[in-house]
Design a protein around this ligand. Structure first.
Ligand SMILES: [Zn+2]
Length: 376
C-alpha cells in the first residue's frame, strides 16, 4: 500500500514537471505577442527624455586695456612692440577659462598712422597679439575712445583682429559686419556678445556710418538681446558706462543694468570708471539671476594710484540643463582674482604685489555678493 502511494506520488511529480517544462519551452515565443517596434522606440525616447543632461563652461573677463604712451614705450623692442612681458604673470589665470573677454579701450590702429596717447589714443597692433597669446577670445571695442583716430584706425584694427582670429564686438566695419552677432561655442553652450558705450568724447561717426560704434540705446539693446537669445544659450552684454574714478555704480548704471537684465541678458560686464566697482546679482521678474560687474577697473594701463592700478579677472560658470525637452541656463560660481599694475606696467596678482590691499579689495568687490570666491 505504502509503495503504491509512493509510485503514484512520483508519477504526479513527473507529470507536473513535464507539463511545466513544455509550457515554459514554448511560452516565450508562442504564448505572448511579439514586442511592438514603435512602443519600443517610445520607451527609449522616454528614457532619454527623463535623463537630466548637464553641461558647464567658464567665462572670464578683464577690464580696461588702456595703452598710454608710457606703456607702449616700455613695450618697445628692436623690431616693434612686445606686451607679453606685461601679461606673463597673469597669463595662466587669464587663459584658464573656456572663454575670456577684455575691454580693448584703445584702438589698435598700429604704427602706420602714428601711435598716440591720451586724449586721442592709437595703439600698437602687438597689444592684440599679446591678448591673443594670453587666452583672450573676444574684445569689446565700444567705448569713449572708439572714434579717437577715426575710421582709418578702426579699419586697421579690424584687419588685425581678423588676421589673428580675435572676435570683436560693439564697433564694426560695415552694416553686414554689425548685423552678425558674435557668438562663441564651447562644448554644447553658445554664448553671444553685445557691446555699447555711453558716448565717444564728442566725436560722432559720419551720418551714413552708424555701425562704427554701438551707443547705449535701450530700444536697440532690447532688440539685439532678443536676437542674440534666438541664436545662443547665454547673452553677455558689455557696457561702457559710469563715472570715472567712482568706486560705486551711479543710478544710471543701476537702472540700465536692471533694464538689460529684464531684457534677457545673463551677464553684464561693465567698464569705464577705471576703478573696480562691486559685483551684484539682479533678480529678474521672470525669476532669473543675472550677474553684473559694474566696473572691472583697469587691467593694463598707464594710470596710477587711487585704485586706478588695480583690476582683476572675473570668472563665472555658465550651466546648461536639459530635461524633458526643456533647456535652462544659469550663471553660477562667481570668483574674482584681483590684479595690480606694477612699475614697468607689469600686471601681477594683487596677493603677490600688494598683499596688504587684498582684504580691502576682496571686501569691496564682494560687499553685495558674499559668496564671491576671492583669493585669501
Ligand atoms: Zn572709457
Amino acid at each position: 500500500m505504502k509503495t503504491k502511494f509512493i509510485v503514484i506520488c512520483a508519477l504526479v511529480v513527473f507529470l507536473a514537471t513535464s507539463v511545466t517544462f513544455l509550457l515554459l519551452s514554448t511560452g516565450g515565443e508562442s504564448l505572448s505577442e511579439p514586442k511592438n517596434l514603435s512602443s519600443y522606440r517610445d520607451d527609449l525616447a522616454v528614457a532619454e527624455n527623463n535623463t537630466v543632461s548637464l553641461s558647464s563652461i567658464s567665462l572670464s573677463a578683464v577690464g580696461d586695456i588702456l595703452i598710454h604712451d608710457r606703456v607702449y614705450e616700455n613695450a618697445e623692442t628692436n623690431n616693434g612692440y612686445d606686451f607679453m612681458p606685461m601679461l606673463e604673470a597673469v597669463k595662466s589665470e587669464m587663459e584658464k577659462a573656456d572663454i575670456t573677454f577684455a575691454n580693448q579701450e584703445t584702438v589698435i590702429g598700429g604704427t602706420s598712422i602714428g601711435l598716440s596717447s591720451y586724449p586721442s589714443f592709437n595703439s600698437p597692433q602687438e597689444v592684440g597679439d599679446a591678448l591673443k597669446e594670453s587666452g583672450v577670445d573676444i574684445v569689446s571695442m565700444a567705448n569713449n575712445h572708439t572714434l579717437d583716430r577715426g575710421e582709418k584706425a578702426l579699419q586697421n584694427a579690424f584687419k588685425h583682429w581678423n588676421e589673428i582670429g580675435m572676435l570683436y564686438t560693439g564697433s564694426y566695419l560695415s552694416p553686414e559686419d554689425q548685423s552678425k552677432i558674435r557668438t562663441i561655442k564651447k562644448d554644447d553652450i553658445t554664448v553671444a556678445f553685445l557691446a555699447y558705450t555711453y558716448g565717444t568724447n564728442g566725436i560722432r561717426p559720419p551720418a551714413n556710418k552708424p555701425y562704427l560704434v554701438n551707443y547705449i540705446d535701450k530700444q536697440k539693446i532690447a532688440k539685439d538681446i532678443q536676437e542674440a537669445e534666438s541664436i545662443s544659450d547665454a547673452v553677455v552684454v558689455s557696457m561702457h558706462f559710469g563715472n570715472e574714478y567712482e568706486r560705486l555704480p551711479n543710478n544710471f548704471q543701476l537702472e540700465l543694468s536692471s533694464f538689460i537684465a529684464e531684457s534677457g541678458a545673463d551677464i553684464i560686464l561693465g567698464h569705464h570708471p577705471h576703478v573696480l566697482q562691486p559685483v551684484e546679482w539682479i533678480n529678474t521678474t521672470d525669476d532669473r539671476k543675472v550677474f553684473v560687474a559694474y566696473s572691472l577697473g583697469n587691467f593694463l594701463s598707464g594710470q596710477k594710484n587711487n585704485y586706478k592700478d588695480i583690476g582683476g579677472i572675473l570668472t563665472l560658470n555658465i550651466e546648461k540643463k536639459k530635461f524633458r525637452g526643456e533647456t535652462s541656463v544659469r550663471v553660477t560660481s562667481p570668483s574674482f582674482f584681483p590684479t595690480f599694475v606694477e612699475k614697468g606696467y607689469i600686471v601681477k596678482p594683487l596677493n603677490e604685489s600688494k598683499p596688504e590691499l587684498l582684504d580691502e579689495i576682496n571686501q569691496h568687490m564682494s560687499q553685495w555678493v558674499p559668496e564671491l570666491n576671492v583669493p585669501k
